[in-house]
Design a protein around this ligand. Structure first.
Ligand code: ASP
Length: 355
């Protein structure tokens, strides 16, 4: 009798173990590529939500702090860098994109989450969106408060990002950004507030929401991205120098001259309004164009700058490029990539319409 009970008990344990293994096997396999930022930050006390050190917590500790993730995905972490995102260089962009592309090509990876500082997150997301050829979900995520702060937002943002990266419905939508319950297109999302948890916005709205691990989609990007992009990280060895000059009252062209003298192949004018250029700056930019430096007119207007070609300045006549709705920092990314292919302003303008 005792032996029969023991055998039945052992059988039950075996069945339960098999179920658990089978269930785990069904979970999507997600790799977290960590780069630093506030999501890996630590403050001196729980009330330090704005003064703290970014890029302190390693990826394994970050993952261990959100054990709920193991119920929605099989995750493993890779520490790419441990930096604050304001210190991202073009080399960091290239290294990260190569790593993400390599992971995306693997059969045992269903999705990738990149943890990132929020300051330049929108630039990296756009860069990956343009250079990594995959339909697999790539989700970039950060947080506005370090994990040590009261009401820290990183744990839920990370959980949400993993949930979205494991979603078949997130495939082929380009690189996504998940922050504060929202799913954004990496193309046009931008940090517009530097202190609140709802820091990210796009003039075109979010693509969807992520609530309790479930994605709700409302739109999809129509611009070229990932598998449809003519840029491919596999073919990009180096990026040209592109600098941004800021428009304001009393603006002059000294910064643009200095950028060109230092080797910039293009300059982006973060212009006022509709990418307007001050009368003192126009001749400087014309001179740079004649020297072979590409000039891109963007707008410094936050959250909805929209530059129209040949409005404010005669772009056709000057051989300039209008950045359309891309903010100056995103215009820098596309200009760098465009210049890896061509310096023809007509072709570059086409890229600004298409991406
Ligand atoms: N300075 C930080 C960074 O971008 C800010 C943040 O992550 O929110 O790394």
């Amino acid at each position: 009798m005792y032996q029969r009970l023991a055998r039945a008990w052992a059988f039950c344990v075996l069945v339960l173990a098999c179920c658990a293994v089978a269930q785990a096997r069904d979970l999507p396999q997600i790799v977290i590529v960590a780069t630093g930022g506030t999501i890996a930050g630590a403050g001196a006390s729980a009330v330090n939500s704005a003064s703290y050190q970014a890029a302190k917590v390693p990826v394994d500790k970050l993952l261990a702090s959100v054990p709920e993730i193991s119920t929605i995905a099989r995750v493993r972490g890779e520490q790419a860098f441990q930096i604050a995102s304001e210190s991202f260089t073009n080399e960091h962009l290239l290294t990260l994109a190569r790593k993400v592309a390599e992971l995306a090509a693997r059969g045992d990876v269903d999705g990738i989450v990149v943890t990132h500082g929020t300051d330049t997150l929108e630039e990296t997301a756009f860069f990956l969106n343009l250079t990594v050829h995959t339909a697999k979900p790539i989700v970039v995520v950060g947080s506005m408060r370090p994990g040590t702060a009261l009401s820290a937002d990183g744990a839920l943002n990370l959980y949400d990002a993993v949930a979205v990266a494991g979603e078949p419905t997130a495939r082929a939508k380009g690189v996504l950004v998940v922050m504060d319950d929202c799913i954004w297109s990496g193309r046009d999302v931008a940090k517009t507030i530097n202190i609140r948890t709802d820091a990210f916005q796009s003039p075109w709205g979010p693509l969807g929401m992520i609530v309790e691990g479930k994605s709700y989609w409302f739109r999809a990007p129509v611009k070229r991205h990932t598998t449809e992009s003519e840029f491919d990280i596999a073919r990009i060895v180096t990026l040209p120098r592109v600098d941004i000059g800021y428009g304001s009252g009393n603006a002059n062209g000294d910064a643009f001259k200095a950028f060109a003298a230092a080797g910039a192949k293009a300059v982006v004018n973060a212009g006022t309004g509709n990418g307007s250029v001050s009368a003192d700056v126009v001749p400087v930019l014309q001179q740079l164009t004649s020297q072979g430096v590409t000039v891109v007119r963007s707008s410094r207007v936050v959250g909805g700058g929209f530059v129209i070609r040949n409005a404010e300045q005669p772009d056709d006549k000057y051989g300039w490029v209008a950045a359309h709705d891309l903010n100056p920092q995103k215009a820098r990314i596309l200009t760098m990539l465009g210049l890896t292919v061509t310096s023809d302003p007509v072709q570059l303008q086409r890229m600004f319409w298409e991406y």
